[in-house]
Unconditional design. Structure first.
Length: 174
């Protein structure tokens, strides 16, 4: 017997309407109908609740429905992989953020990257002023993509120091 049929049989054996069954597990009547017609499946927590409520083993409910078992297994595997990927991305982002903000040049290239990714890689720059407030002024001395886009104008950026971190922002034209 498939899971949808099993749920329907449990419901009917206990003289419950779809509405009453839905109330027991905090879902809608349409959700119960979808389970019974195998358009969707209950999540694992709900399956355990059904198993406990009606004293029927999960083994009996799941083993007979290969399609549902495979779908549930795929969801679990996807969730595991997704969590691992998310962790890797966050760690990489943190490392990049630290690398980009610990050095004035990294902060400058990061800020320029958001205006022109190619420019951040190809540009040359020089420090033109250092203030007492922990700010450094940089002028981009060579940047072919920006020069083409702005008819030869290059830009000046200010890099602010905040403890060991550096943050850059656009300052104006040279």
């Amino acid at each position: 017997m498939r899971l949808g049929q099993t749920i329907q049989q449990i419901r009917k054996d206990n003289n419950l309407t779809q509405e009453r069954f839905a109330d027991l597990f905090h879902v809608t009547r349409q959700t119960v109908s979808n389970w019974e017609n195998e358009k969707s499946y209950p999540d694992l927590i709900t399956l355990v609740a059904i198993s406990n409520q009606f004293d029927i083993s999960l083994d009996k409910m799941l083993k007979e429905d290969v399609k549902m078992t495979e779908e549930l297994n795929n969801e679990i595997e996807w969730a595991k992989k997704s969590k691992k990927r998310r962790t890797k991305v966050l760690v990489l982002a943190a490392i990049l953020l630290m690398a980009c903000t610990l050095f004035p040049g990294g902060a400058l290239r990061t800020a320029v990257f958001f205006h022109s990714p190619v420019s951040a890689v190809t540009m040359s720059y020089e420090e033109i002023q250092l203030s007492d407030e922990g700010e450094r002024l940089y002028r981009i001395t060579e940047n072919e993509p920006v020069e083409k886009a702005t008819q030869g104008h290059l830009y000046t950026w200010v890099v602010h120091e905040w403890g060991p971190f550096h943050f850059a922002e656009y300052y104006g034209e040279c």
